[in-house]
Design a protein around this ligand. Structure first.
Ligand code: SAM
Ligand code: SF4
Length: 326
């Protein structure tokens, strides 16, 4: 379905839980995370039904995110259901990787073909500090497991934070040179726990790229399946590639193709727009597929032209990244 700015909306991201087994400093406060009531969270059958309706609205790509999607039990059942829908040709997850290694085969058998890991440091101590409890070795094992299982593409999302991990830019580039992984550098955004975010800590994609070019030649790459707003480059003679996602320095809203479903059943047309369409209430009150489809259409028709993140959005937004799904 096209929105009023002629963008084709075909991608649904679902935050399947607001819970997480890590506490990344820029995303969640250490304690006092207000968890949603269990009953207010959609169950997996409800999510499956909404994906089915979304498919009728033109969605053919789905990503499960969170919170941490792998803390939710029976996720492979949901993956199996979604992968079995004829309209859906692409299903992925975004995970911090801690639990992935143990369930990788099960997820693959359910129909998962690709995975995005989030990893901001290759130094154990720093990783533990940033995540407040994470074990880097577990994440590394998961990444290599995904490579061994021939999942494709294996992407690693890395948020570069000035004066914190920008000294690791070349280490991440080395990873993409040595292994068939796609490293995507994401500009640090004023969302989540804002005590950690500061304007001076944003390192632009341009700056990151020029630092990588001090070691590697980057060649504009072919499109990678589902590469969304990232700009991709092949590393000359390397196995993987490098991408840049630049929400701060370069609006990519004109090409945005996505909508988002929160764990408590609200549809958002934009990560950065507070407007939400409640699907859970009608769903639980017995709405028909046609009625739910109308609500999807209503949401898509309200999708804003571009985000307002630089105008203090993060401060005003009551919902955090782990609630909407990053
Ligand atoms: N827990 C999963 C994970 O970490 O991959 C999925 C949810 S997490 C909210 C999704 C992504 O959002 C992560 O890659 C994380 O780095 C990113 N993210 C969260 N807060 C961010 C911020 N302030 N700026 C940029 N990216 C952010
Ligand atoms: Fe959890 Fe992902 Fe947020 Fe880190 S970024 S606290 S792993 S939801």
């Amino acid at each position: 379905m096209r929105d009023r700015f002629e963008r084709e909306i075909n991608y649904l991201r679902i935050s399947i839980t607001d819970r997480c087994n890590l506490r990344c400093r820029y995303c969640m406060p250490e304690d006092g995370v207000e968890k949603m009531e269990h009953s207010s969270i959609l169950n997996l059958e409800e999510m499956a039904r909404l994906v089915n309706v979304a498919a009728q609205a033109g969605i053919h790509k789905v990503r499960l995110t969170g919170g941490e999607p792998l803390v939710r039990r029976n996720i492979s059942q949901l993956i199996r259901y979604i992968a079995g829908l004829s309209e859906i040709d692409d299903i992925g997850i975004t995970t911090n990787g801690i639990l992935f290694g143990a369930v990788a085969e099960e997820l693959q058998q359910a129909g998962l073909k690709r995975v995005n890991f989030s990893l901001d440091s290759l130094k154990s101590e720093r990783f533990r500090y940033l995540t407040r409890c994470g074990d880097l070795e577990a994440v590394k094992k998961s990444i290599f497991k995904a490579i061994d299982l021939n999942m494709h593409p294996v992407k690693i999302n890395t948020v570069i934070i000035g004066q914190f991990n920008d000294d690791e830019i070349l280490d991440f580039a080395d990873l993409a040179y040595n292994y068939p992984v796609h490293i995507r550098f994401i500009e640090f955004m004023p969302v989540g726990d804002l005590r950690f975010w500061k304007k001076e800590r944003v390192v632009s994609s341009e700056e990151i790229k020029s630092r990588i070019e001090s070691r590697y030649k980057l060649i504009t790459a072919r499109r990678i399946a589902g590469n969304g707003p990232a700009k991709y480059y092949q590393i000359e003679n390397g196995q993987g590639s490098i991408g840049f996602i630049s929400p701060m320095s370069n609006h990519f809203c004109g090409e945005c193709n996505r909508i988002r479903l929160t764990a408590d059943g609200r549809l958002r047309a934009c990560l950065y727009d507070k407007t939400e369409v409640d699907l859970k209430t009608p769903l639980r009150n017995g709405a028909s597929d046609a009625e739910l489809l109308d609500l999807f259409r209503k949401c898509i028709s309200k999708k804003p032209a571009h985000h307002e993140m630089s105008s203090g959005w993060g401060i005003e937004n009551e919902r955090k990244m782990y609630q909407i799904g990053g």
